[in-house]
Write a protein that binds this ligand. Structure first.
Ligand code: SF4
Length: 448
């Protein structure tokens, strides 16, 4: 059990890390537990995530290296001018905590971020030492997600990238104007240069062209080629879990259109694994900040839904907005909103539409679309057959025909559909009334 001073730091630095949403993990298949003297496993059950109701991951030890920041981002609880208790972990303290918590089954990995301690380089050096201790001294093979500090020397980012599974550089505010206004020490170029560096090295690694440099730790994959990955293919060595980022929403005037256009570019041009959104939690009284009664969780929820349509359903961000509004409709979800604005493309006959068209029907996802395409090969489908197959018609019923007919009692007109969709409970945020879990509660045996 950690001593009192360590518990004090854990309390402060665990709580300070909860505002970072970008800690989900995936895409890593390294196994360490079968190797003598090695600890941890980043495969499936080794990373069975638990999420709080607001989507934040609790299966990782999620802490900051330090909250003693020299920057003064107005929206941040750790800003230099905020009167909060400060703490900084030594690399060995975090490595030991991670090791001990892993052994006790409290966690499956580590999510490590940090405030800027003196300078980006200084901070990255300390974080790299934490990862080095874990990987080399403690032989920890579990999942590690580490933040890169924008502006740090690329060699330090390189060093961290060889030891971590996933890296992220938080953009935080979607435009340069917003950064200048609320986070003047952060520069758009530094953020994107760090992201480009990581993205470039990931691509080199994927194509087998990753050039290794001297005086840096051996890549993780190089030290464990047999256990890393499956089959005979050579393992990936640089940030194998990919790169992610986080945007704070609701702290500035940036529109949903700005945010989703940026998101689309990040997915298409930098191959980001995920873009996370974090509803602004009021953390100060600066006149440049909006006065909010509560975090804009519905906005966050709509953005996640819209980004999902970009990633998996073939939508373009420009399709998701009414030409008169740069923000998403809060009355119902983005797919319903798109469908209502494009009623001339509906109703869709489920027995004839191709897979891509089925995916555009509100309430029909990839699983239902595949089921429909498969089932209609053996017979035409009516509404009863759809229900029996598990296709949820709550929203789809307004936009489809089966054997040429709408569902009974459904009127195919904008007013009727709009009125009924607005009553849908899913129009409300799914992340409301969340309770954030405290790591200390977890250690002390809380029942969640
Ligand atoms: S750099 Fe800005 S956002 Fe990050 S911890 Fe410091 S004040 Fe907060």
């Amino acid at each position: 059990m950690p001593n009192n001073e360590l518990l004090r730091k854990l309390n402060i630095l665990g709580a300070a890390a909860k505002y970072d949403a970008s800690c989900a993990s995936s895409g890593v298949d390294r196994r360490g537990s079968s190797k003598q003297g090695a600890l941890g496993n980043s495969v499936a059950c080794g990373i069975c995530h638990s999420f709080t109701p607001d989507g934040r991951c609790v299966s990782l030890l999620k802490v900051l290296q330090s909250n003693d920041c020299v920057y003064d981002c107005k929206y941040c609880v750790n800003r230099r001018t905020n009167d909060v208790e400060r703490a900084t972990f030594t690399p060995r303290e975090i490595a030991t905590l991670t090791y001990e918590f892993y052994r006790r089954n409290y966690i499956e990995g580590l999510f490590l971020s940090s405030a800027v301690i003196m300078s980006p380089d200084n901070t990255m050096e300390i974080m790299c030492e934490t990862l080095r201790l874990l990987r080399q001294e403690f032989s920890f093979y579990g999942y590690i997600h580490v933040k890169a500090i924008p502006g740090a020397d690329p060699l330090l980012i390189e060093k961290a990238g060889r030891l971590a599974d996933r890296m992220s550089v938080n953009i935080e505010l979607p435009s340069e104007a917003s950064l200048t206004r609320l986070a003047p020490q952060k520069k758009k170029n530094s953020i994107f240069n760090s992201m480009r560096y990581i993205s470039g090295r990931i691509e080199e690694d994927k194509s087998g062209k990753l050039l290794l440099r001297d005086n840096l730790p051996a890549p993780l994959g190089e030290t464990m080629p047999k256990s890393y990955g499956t089959g005979s293919s050579f393992s990936r060595t640089f940030v194998p879990g990919g790169q992610s980022t986080q945007l704070i929403v609701g702290a500035t005037d940036d529109t949903d259109h700005d945010i989703l256009t940026l998101t689309e570019n990040l997915y298409n041009k930098m191959q980001l694994k995920r873009v996370y959104y974090s509803a602004y939690v009021p953390a100060g009284k600066d006149p440049r900040l909006p006065t909010l009664a509560e975090p804009p969780l519905l906005k966050e929820n709509r953005l996640y839904h819209a980004a999902w349509l970009l990633r998996l359903y073939g939508f373009q961000s420009s399709e998701l907005f009414d030409k008169n509004s740069p923000n998403l409709n809060l009355r119902y979800d983005p797919k319903c909103d798109w469908a209502v604005r494009n009623l001339d493309l509906f109703p869709v006959e489920v027995n004839k539409a191709d897979y891509d068209t089925l995916l555009r029907i509100p309430g029909i996802g990839t699983i239902s679309a595949r089921k429909i395409v498969s089932a209609r090969k053996v017979g035409s489908l009516g509404f009863e057959e759809l229900k029996e197959m598990g296709v949820v018609l709550k929203r789809a019923q307004y936009f489809i025909t089966c054997r040429g007919k709408m569902m009974p009692h459904i009127k195919f007109d904008t007013k009727f559909i709009d009125a009924n969709l607005s009553l849908d409970k899913r129009a409300k945020p799914i992340f409301s009334n969340c309770e954030k879990l405290s790591l200390l509660d977890y250690i002390n045996g809380g029942d969640y």
